[in-house]
Write a protein that binds this ligand. Structure first.
Ligand code: HEC
Ligand code: HEC
Ligand code: HEC
Ligand code: HEC
Ligand code: HEC
Ligand code: HEC
Ligand code: HEC
Length: 320
């Protein structure tokens, strides 16, 4: 009797779980579908370099060029952190009308902190600490809040990479692109500065094999102060304080373990307790690797020498 109650309860519960998850999947798909349909109303213009508009007055379709700053790549939009959002979750719903109401241009956009301060779901990212670091950075000191988080974190395509990706070279390309999209692109740089951006290759010509270095380290690794609470350090220092000494990286205790390899090394350390594993897997920083076999061989040789010395000593004593 008891058993049959137990079994039927179990069957009921598993059916519930199956139906529930199928239903949840469905609502998720439904949401995605609805969002895509809603966003298409905006993207049919904002995805393209040219848009078409039906002009009532002349009773004709006109084709116009879109401001290049206002063109959004829909493929990256649906791969980013906020991919479940509708355009009008951040922008005013009145944008549905075109021509857009001129006053909308003055709408105040939400900042990261507006949504993420005290947000339990994203507490692990430590937004409060990042905000403090950002306020100390050279960009904020020079431009204040004109240099907003959105200038690096493109609202329509930023995606968490360093924390999630296993492929360090992808992380390096992604993170460096966030800096280079401005430091070597005049059109974006000109939003903040009258002068053209300095040539990044010339500014770093003191690095031997610069191309190789830029493929293996991030701008942030040399330019940001290492802090402990955050995964990605946001306090970008003036150029005079950047890492220039070769030994900082080309040594046993390369500081890259605390920056670029931070997440990887934490994972590895808890798994294998072996600090250098990450570096050995991903790249060869001269001096950073200790050869295990060589270590063992030298210990064995050392022990052999001592044994020989002891035997030699004993033999001499016996002979006397
Ligand atoms: C018929 C084409 C068209 C549609 C549809 C459209 N836009 Fe626009 N949008 C433009 C053009 C063109 C501009 C450039 C400025 C202007 O003409 O107002 C613009 C500018 C903007 C701007 C920049 C700020 C501003 O006011 O200039 C935002 C933000 C914007 N649109 C959001 C949206 C959103 C959100 C939707 C969907 C709800 C949408 N747009 C639908 C064509 C369109
Ligand atoms: C997570 C919030 C968010 C979502 C979702 C979002 N945007 Fe934006 N969008 C912003 C922010 C913030 C800015 C201003 C960026 C800045 O200040 O540099 C912006 C800027 C723009 C601009 C250019 C205006 C300018 O001043 O450069 C256009 C056009 C635009 N968004 C259209 C869209 C469309 C179309 C969608 C939907 C496909 C969309 N946005 C979804 C936050 C969002
Ligand atoms: C309009 C509100 C809003 C704004 C503005 C906003 N976010 Fe979010 N963000 C969210 C929501 C909602 C989520 C989904 C997670 C959650 O439930 O909090 C999210 C998720 C994230 C995630 C987690 C993604 C993941 O894969 O776990 C990161 C990282 C993030 N946002 C960073 C930012 C950054 C950086 C900014 C500013 C440049 C920003 N957000 C601005 C609402 C916002
Ligand atoms: C100078 C450029 C820059 C500015 C300004 C900037 N960030 Fe970032 N941020 C980055 C880079 C680069 C990453 C690494 C992206 C990756 O690989 O995931 C990052 C990562 C992050 C992450 C994810 C960290 C993690 O633990 O995975 C958050 C959250 C974040 N930034 C929030 C902010 C907020 C909030 C602001 C403004 C107060 C801001 N950022 C301003 C460049 C910037
Ligand atoms: C939206 C544009 C933009 C982005 C994105 C950006 N910067 Fe900058 N940065 C500037 C401007 C403008 C200055 C001030 C002009 C200058 O000194 O070159 C500056 C200054 C600097 C300086 C100080 C140079 C000095 O003279 O002391 C460093 C270092 C720097 N940026 C590194 C970075 C790094 C690293 C990133 C990416 C994590 C980044 N920047 C992202 C625009 C940007
Ligand atoms: C190996 C460390 C290292 C890396 C990697 C690195 N930098 Fe630098 N960077 C420096 C140093 C050191 C200086 C100061 C050079 C000097 O003293 O002449 C500098 C100078 C600069 C300047 C100031 C240029 C000037 O003359 O005003 C900017 C801006 C800058 N770097 C941005 C970047 C960006 C963006 C990246 C990534 C693509 C990057 N750096 C990668 C170490 C580095
Ligand atoms: C931010 C860390 C960092 C700094 C600072 C740095 N390096 Fe490197 N260096 C690396 C990494 C990572 C590699 C890539 C190693 C690999 O995978 O081949 C590298 C590669 C090299 C190589 C090429 C090795 C080869 O296999 O061809 C040389 C040579 C080199 N560095 C010399 C220097 C010198 C000299 C300095 C100082 C002026 C310097 N590095 C500063 C991290 C750094």
């Amino acid at each position: 009797m008891k058993n049959s109650i137990l079994i039927s309860t179990l069957i009921f519960m598993s059916l519930f779980v199956v139906f529930h998850s199928a239903f949840a999947q469905d609502t998720l798909k439904q949401n995605k579908f609805e969002n895509a349909a809603a966003n298409h109303k905006c993207l049919k213009c904002h995805e393209h370099r040219f848009y078409t508009y039906y002009n009532d007055l002349s009773d004709k379709n006109v084709i116009r060029r879109m401001n290049p700053f206002y063109v959004i790549d829909s493929a990256s939009f649906y791969k980013q952190n906020h991919c479940t959002f509708q355009c009008v979750d951040c922008h005013d719903a009145d944008y549905a009308k075109f021509p857009h109401n001129g006053q909308l241009q003055m709408e105040e956009m939400p900042t990261c902190i507006d949504c993420h301060e005290g947000d339990e779901n994203t507490a692990k990212f430590h937004f409060e600490n990042i905000y403090k670091e950002y306020k100390a950075s050279i960009h904020f000191k020079e431009f204040g809040s004109n240099f907003s988080c959105w200038l690096c974190h493109n609202p329509h395509k930023y995606k968490v990479t360093a924390r999630k990706s296993k492929d360090i070279s992808k992380v390096i390309i992604y993170d460096n692109e966030m800096c280079l999209s401005c430091h070597s692109k005049e059109i974006n740089f000109s939003v903040l500065s009258d002068s053209a951006p300095k040539n990044m290759i010339a500014a770093h010509d003191w690095l031997p094999n610069q191309k190789l270095h830029f493929q293996h380290v991030r701008c942030l690794d040399c330019h940001a102060k290492v802090q402990n609470g955050t995964m990605v350090d946001h306090d970008i220092l003036p150029k005079g304080k950047a890492v220039k000494k070769c030994v900082n990286c080309h040594s046993k205790n390369t500081f890259l373990m605390a920056t670029l390899y931070k997440f990887q090394s934490r994972r590895h350390r808890s798994k294998f307790g072996f600090l250098n594993a990450t570096i050995l897997n991903n790249s060869y920083v001269i001096g950073a690797n200790r050869n295990y076999i060589l270590n063992v061989v030298s210990v064995v040789l050392f022990a052999l020498v001592i044994i020989v010395l002891i035997i030699h000593g004993i033999l001499r004593i016996i002979k006397k």
